[in-house]
Design a protein around this ligand. Structure first.
Ligand code: NAD
Length: 358
């Protein structure tokens, strides 16, 4: 049966980079991949058309779809709207509406781009880490929270960190399953020396780990993990962690690879249905100029094929094509060193399509 893919281009560079990813999907389609692509407005574009960032029709399409490809949302045009109807609110609505609890963010560095990292080449060359971050629980959602006034008149801010066993179990399973497709190592990151939530986290991850005897499990405290990510990042394969620690560590890890324009992400529900998007925003400073790097979005398509459509061979093909264009020396402005020839968004998309050996 055909797989339905919802295409949400969004704002800023969104339509440009998604356009290149759609070129790749169409080539796969022409070569036998049974997919239907359906576009819908989202973010600022949806506000302009309908007054809200996530129209019901868009959410319904995404619920019906087997996977969602998103460009990016937001931009200065909508910055002064009230928070409830800002473009970013649409993103949160999509995540909660689709129950996307697992965020997968690879930090990988192609050898051809090793010099783009702020770390020494030998520390990051061939880096390939996957950060699995729990996305719907933790201190970001825990109640009670707020700012209260104490008896002495001083104000106090407070938040609640909590995780249920079932929440930890399901994210741990995503990490172990992902590790099985990779180098079979999971490092669980917590703060079990201080936090009760983390003590439970560690206990449950250890319990689930016993179901995966072929995957090596280790634990690190989050402060040490931050240090190790900068000191010797290649020791990691899959890192699994909660929402708060994952927010910080995934940004840290993504910067090891030098360019924001290279990194894809996936957010999955419990049936591996997912939303796939580049980690960067809508880059209003370069929007509409055919300058943006489309590779993060194209690599998001590879993740979609691997995780939601269960087609790892096709995912590998796209990743190999991206590696090949980089090896050929093709560079958009964000990954070019001074003096290197720069190509456009569409030229980069065309180069990936040309490198895809179908
Ligand atoms: P940004 O990621 O859009 O841009 C940061 C810098 O990186 C800019 O200089 C930009 O030109 C550059 N950049 C980003 N993507 C690039 C690409 N593919 N190729 C080349 N260069 C690229 O972050 P920002 O400027 O802080 O945010 C801009 C808007 O995007 C804001 O409205 C913000 O809310 C939104 N945003 C959306 C998402 C999302 O849709 N998931 C994520 C982050 C930010």
């Amino acid at each position: 049966m055909s797989k339905l893919i919802a295409i949400l281009a969004g704002d800023g560079i969104g339509p440009e980079i998604v356009g290149e990813a759609v070129k790749v999907l169409n080539i796969l389609k022409n070569n036998g991949l049974d997919i239907i692509l359906e576009e819908a407005p989202m973010g600022g574009a949806a506000i302009d058309q309908t007054g809200v960032p996530l129209p019901d029709n868009t959410l319904n399409l995404c619920k019906k779809a087997d996977a969602v490809l998103l460009g990016a949302v937001g931009g200065p045009k909508w910055d002064n709207l009230e928070r409830a109807i800002r473009p970013e609110k649409g993103l949160l609505g999509l995540r909660s509406g689709l129950n996307l609890f697992a965020n997968l963010r690879p930090a990988l560095l192609y050898p051809a781009l090793a010099s783009a990292s702020t770390l020494k080449s030998e520390v990051v060359e061939n880096l390939d880490i996957l950060i699995v971050r729990e996305l719907t629980g933790d201190i970001y959602f825990g109640q009670p929270r707020g700012i209260r006034t104490l008896e002495n008149g001083e104000r106090q801010g407070f938040d609640t960190m909590h995780y249920c066993e079932s929440e930890i179990e399901r994210i741990a399973r995503v990490a172990f399953e992902s590790a099985r497709r990779r180098n079979k190592k999971v490092c669980s990151v917590d703060k079990a020396n201080v936090l009760d939530t983390s003590m439970l986290w560690r206990e449950i991850v250890t319990k689930i780990g016993k179901e995966y005897p072929d995957v090596e499990l280790s634990h690190q405290y989050v402060d040490n993990a931050a240090m190790q990510l900068v000191r010797a990042p290649k020791q990691f394969d899959v890192i699994v962690t909660g929402n708060l620690f994952g927010d910080i560590l995934s940004d840290l890890a993504s910067m090891l690879s030098g360019s924001i324009g290279m990194l894809p992400s996936a957010s999955l529900d419990s049936n591996n249905k997912g939303m796939y998007e580049p980690i960067h925003g809508s880059a209003p400073d370069i929007a509409g100029q055919n300058k943006a790097n489309p590779l993060a979005t194209i690599l998001s398509v590879a993740m979609m094929l691997r995780y939601s459509l269960q087609l790892p061979d096709l995912a590998d093909k796209i990743e190999t094509a991206v590696k090949s264009v980089l090896d050929q020396g093709l560079r958009t402005a964000d990954i070019a060193r001074s003096g290197e020839k720069v190509i456009s968004t569409s030229e980069m998309g065309d180069a990936v399509v040309a490198a895809l050996k179908m």
